[in-house]
Design a protein around this ligand. Structure first.
Ligand code: 5GP
Length: 205
């Protein structure tokens, strides 16, 4: 029987740089996991391509997908829906390939419930002041919105206890190296591999 792939979930507070880290991971030739393209109701940003960056859906289409149970998880973030298509994830894992999700924390919590033995990695800002800098430089938000976002980010950081590993995003290249090392280590974890060797011993008895 084909051994299943590993479900890798990268999450962390808003503004920490999850998207940048994910893009850097998938620009590397030695990375063998498959990126699960999310669905969203957010309009495409300039340069974004349907089916590459996201599957862009209307609210009505998205709500239909929810009803049909087609999403592994979903969340509403800044007024738009985001969700992970369940069929792609299951088919890819069943084919023995690792699947990589880059999602916000509410969604990650739902995935933890459905896939408790997934690999959950929390991306952490080096400091709150750094996070504030990133939120401020990203947009033209008012002081009030920025403070709200920071309050939410602090609450999101408290969700760290649901994760297996914490990776600081001090520098993108370093964060990527740490994530790749964690995935390699996870594949060698005794609980994941021992059945294989037990079988080997039985055959050789
Ligand atoms: P953006 O609009 O900047 O592309 O993404 C906004 C947030 O949505 C990011 O924190 C990103 O990680 C998160 N996100 C992207 N896809 C999904 C998804 O499928 N599910 C959930 N829960 N969050 C997602």
């Amino acid at each position: 029987m084909q051994e299943k792939g590993l479900l890798i979930v990268l999450s962390g507070p808003s503004g920490v740089g999850k998207g940048t880290v994910r893009k850097e991971i998938f620009s590397q030739p030695d990375v063998e996991f498959e990126y699960s393209i999310s669905m969203t109701t957010r309009p495409p940003r300039e340069g974004e391509v349907d089916g590459v960056d996201y599957f862009f859906k209307t609210r009505q289409e998205f709500e239909e997908l929810i009803k049909q149970g087609k999403l592994l998880e979903y969340a509403e973030f800044v007024g738009n829906y985001y969700g992970t298509p369940i069929d792609y994830v299951e088919e890819t894992l069943n084919a023995g390939k690792d699947v990589f999700l880059e999602i916000e924390v509410q969604g990650a919590r739902q995935v933890r419930e459905k896939f408790p033995d997934g690999l959950f990695i929390f991306l952490m800002p080096p400091s709150l002041s750094e996070l504030k800098n990133r939120i401020v430089t990203r947009g033209t938000e008012t002081e009030e919105v920025i403070n709200n976002r920071l309050t939410v980010a602090k609450e999101e950081i408290e969700m760290m206890s649901l994760y297996d590993y914490v990776v600081e995003n001090d520098r993108v290249e370093l964060a990527v190296e740490r994530i790749k090392a964690i995935v390699i280590a996870e594949h060698c974890r005794r609980e994941r591999v021992e059945h294989r060797y037990k079988k080997m011993l039985e055959v050789e008895k």
